[in-house]
Design a protein around this ligand. Structure first.
Ligand SMILES: Nc1ncnc2c1ncn2[C@@H]1O[C@H](COP(=O)(O)OP(=O)(O)OP(=O)(O)O)[C@@H](O)[C@H]1O
Ligand SMILES: [Mg+2]
Length: 436
């Protein structure tokens, strides 16, 4: 076994007893331990258990001899990654080894992403590690301190409302209320009363006097969602409230003064609406004091792994799940017209479909994500903060693919070269360069 593993490029250290294995493990953090279960003295299970205690990321594979499944199941319960029953073909071992290694890699990758969910890559619950999002966090930090009016624009699902809430909660106004009003969800006739309140008898059905949202937001923040859908008549009244911080309830002439911070949001192009005459120019400038534009998710794909990890924790809080390479490739390649909301839904769906497995695979994702053309060809690469050595990275991929082609063809270089669409001589050359 040691010899053949060596031929495949593994560096193997042999131990002729459990005692010897533990000694070696004291001195070196091996990636994998393969141990026979039954051994005189310290048995294989003890070796693996001790190894895991010392190196939690280590892969333990046990070899069982007596043909009962119970031993194998026990071993897995006690932390072994997999088992293999005697007698076995070398290929079986290779298969188990590769599978365990992949699991180990995913585990450490996911643990890395989870650690990134901390402080550095979020602002009040908004996650992001892309350049544009980190620039946004800085801007938010500054604007939270002021009371200037903000206009947030961005496609559907890019997080306009989360941003508005985050601003409120990091502002000096956080003790007062954040009041949201979706201007497109309320019929025009009622919107005015909803915003400014009304007195008894102001219109049919106005049985009592009611405070409007703007009053409820006194000392706090008023979030006007879909502000582009407001009629021009109402736009004028809003303009006055914005300019003077004063207004009257519908049906009343008593002026009320408020201290409110306004945040507007829209996914339509207000500047264009101004040009077309459907949105008041003066209101536009009053609203757009501080413009915040949220980029679509497809323009900040660096955020996808982080968001996926976050949503996995949200939807499967008890058993953190992993995402396979193929699934992550699909998620990274898709165009996400519905942005973060659509991604969140896709993860929720995958968790629901996943029924007890600990991994999310490409097949668990919505059909449109599976169908994105790059999903199968472009590898997903975790791009480290400090950058990476492109040549070394590409070489490691090349070496991995060559090794796998040789495994598939049982070491036949001619066939392996065919699989890789290269000449046999090129393959031989590369093998020489890799020193194998
Ligand atoms: N950066 C982010 N980090 C974490 N969650 C996010 C982020 N952006 C959006 N979300 C989540 O995505 C969903 C949609 O966000 P939100 O409702 O703020 O979008 P929106 O821009 O207001 O969309 P719409 O224009 O359709 O109203 C929410 O569940 C929100 O929690
Ligand atoms: Mg919204």
């Amino acid at each position: 076994m040691a010899e053949r593993l060596g031929e495949r490029g593994y560096e193997v250290t042999e131990a002729d007893s459990g005692e010897k294995a533990l000694e070696l493990l004291e001195q070196f953090a091996f990636d994998v331990v393969i141990a026979d279960l039954r051994m005189p003295g310290i048995d294989g299970m003890r070796v693996i258990e001790t190894a895991i205690q010392r190196y939690p990321g280590i892969v333990g594979i046990v070899i069982t001899g007596d043909g009962t499944m119970q031993n194998a199941i026990d071993a897995i319960k006690r932390g072994a990654s997999d088992f293999i029953a005697k007698p076995f073909q070398f290929d079986e071992l290779m298969h188990v080894l590769q599978k365990s290694n992949e699991q180990r890699r995913l585990k450490s990758e996911n643990a890395y992403l989870r650690s990134q969910l901390e402080e550095r890559y979020q602002f009040g619950g908004i996650l992001g590690r892309s350049r544009s999002m980190r620039a946004l966090f800085q801007l938010l930090e500054t604007v939270s301190r002021s009371s200037s009016t903000i206009l947030i624009t961005g496609e559907t699902g890019t997080g306009k409302e989360v941003v508005a809430r985050a601003i409120h909660h990091s502002s000096p106004r956080r003790a007062a209320r954040f009041v949201a009003l979706n201007c497109s969800a309320i019929p025009e006739t009622l919107l005015e009363a909803e915003l400014f309140g009304h007195v008894r008898g102001a219109f049919t059905g106005a049985v009592g006097t009611r405070q409007g949202r703007i009053e409820q937001a006194h000392k706090g923040t008023l979030f006007l969602d879909e502000v582009g859908t407001m009629s021009t008549a109402l736009q004028m009244k809003l303009l006055r409230a914005l300019q003077e911080r004063e207004f009257e309830r519908v049906g009343d002439n008593h002026t009320i003064k408020v201290d409110v911070r306004f945040i507007g949001a829209t996914n339509s192009d207000l500047a264009k609406m101004v040009a077309e005459g459907t949105f008041r120019e003066d209101l536009y400038y009053r609203l757009n004091v501080i413009p915040i534009t949220l980029p679509p998710l497809r323009e900040r794909r660096d955020d996808i792994p982080l968001l996926v990890t976050h949503f996995l924790e949200k939807f499967a809080p008890d058993a953190p799940m992993q995402v396979t390479q193929a699934a992550m490739r699909g998620l990274m390649a898709y165009s996400w017209p519905g942005n973060v909301r659509q991604l969140e839904n896709a993860v929720e769906r995958a968790v629901a479909l996943n029924a007890g497995r600990s991994e999310i695979d490409l097949a668990d994702l919505p059909p449109e994500v599976q169908a994105s053309p790059q999903a199968t060809t472009t590898p997903f690469v975790e791009f480290p903060e400090a950058g990476l050595d492109l040549t070394a990275y590409l070489t490691s991929i090349e070496r991995d693919l060559i090794q796998r082609s040789l495994e598939r063809t049982g070491g036949n270089r001619h066939k392996a070269a065919e699989l890789l669409h290269i000449k046999r001589t090129t393959l031989v050359e590369k093998l020489k360069r890799f020193g194998s």
